[in-house]
Design a protein around this ligand. Structure first.
Ligand SMILES: C[S@@+](CC[C@H](N)C(=O)[O-])C[C@H]1O[C@@H](n2cnc3c(N)ncnc32)[C@H](O)[C@@H]1O
Length: 291
């Protein structure tokens, strides 16, 4: 498959997902922040990012999908721009923004760009954000260099992304919890899977945690260490290692919210401790870096 064909597939996959999500919720962070996986995994960091956005700041989001994070920055008063390869996603973003634009303090513009071929103007943005997208990019070192060029001196680069491969201990821990806790897979199917896959079961969970084969570019950027590249070029202000399995579990668990939230938070405390002790490996990192 050529690069262009893969890019088309990528755009279609995420565009369909953006449209599906928009039937359930508007592409608006105020609604999305209550979703279980955001409550558990993303809310604190996104709220912290938004608290840094000030009226009139220029912001750029790379891989904006249905545009909710760029819109949230515009709601804080930013002159926001969001880039993505998926026209379908961008249309969801533009339609929703058009319906509420009068109530937005700043502005947002959504545009189609291939991030692997970025050509940004120097010293243009106060904040550049990339969430869950760096590991999809074949040209990641150039993208990070472009971000450095395009940020104003002292500007903020905020990245939330994967931390490379999932290690087998994390996969085992996750498998045990997935087996015990109610998930979308019934207990009957779990027992059947245990007999069918035996010792290979944790490898299958590892592949699922890494979202293997989900998109044509899933893991395309894994040959580069994005965190090392950011550390070389920027001053890292804050680095948060996400727990190893709690974020994944938040997607899988099927329990009422009143039970799921305290349970996942408790698991998160132990998960975090095991990551700090080096028993498990964090699966995600959030970085606040300054040019
Ligand atoms: C995993 S999704 C993350 C979306 C969003 N940042 C979020 O966290 O909800 C990856 C996004 O990157 C976009 N993308 C992937 N490769 C791209 C490329 N080469 N150029 C532009 N956008 C790309 C996809 O269309 C998709 O919207």
């Amino acid at each position: 498959m050529t690069y262009e064909q893969k890019l088309q597939q990528e755009a279609e996959l995420w565009g369909t997902e953006a449209q599906r999500m928009a039937t359930e919720l508007p592409p608006d962070w105020r609604a999305h922040r209550h979703l279980l996986y955001n409550v558990i995994n993303h809310r604190a960091d996104i709220d912290a990012l938004l608290s840094r956005v000030q009226l009139g700041m220029h912001t750029l989001e790379l891989g904006c999908a249905s545009g909710w994070l760029s819109l949230a920055m515009a709601q804080q008063g930013a002159i926001a721009t969001g880039y993505d390869i998926s026209e379908k996603s961008l249309q969801v973003a533009r339609d929703y923004y058009a319906s509420i634009a009068d109530d937005v303090a700043g502005t947002v513009t959504y545009a189609m760009h291939d991030l692997n071929a970025l050509d940004l103007a120097p010293e243009t943005y106060d904040i550049i954000v990339v969430k869950g997208t760096l590991h999809h990019l074949t040209n990641m070192p150039q993208v990070i260099a472009q971000v450095h060029t395009a940020l104003k001196p002292g500007g903020l680069f905020w990245v939330s992304d994967e931390a490379g491969d999932v290690n087998m201990r994390s996969a085992l821990f996750s498998s045990a919890l997935m087996f015990l806790l109610p998930t979308q897979v019934s207990y009957r199917e779990k027992f059947a899977g245990l007999f069918k896959f035996g010792l290979n079961a944790p490898s299958r969970i590892k592949a699922s945690m890494e979202a293997e084969d989900l998109s044509p570019f899933e893991g395309a950027g894994r040959e580069h260490d994005w965190l090392a590249l950011v550390q070389q070029q920027f001053t890292v202000e804050k680095l948060i290692n996400k727990p190893a399995v709690t974020g994944y579990l938040a997607h899988q668990i099927r329990l009422p919210r009143w039970l799921a939230i305290p349970l996942l938070r408790t698991i998160g405390v132990f998960d975090d401790l095991l990551v700090r002790l080096g028993v498990l490996k964090n699966t995600g990192v959030v970085v606040y870096a300054r040019k």
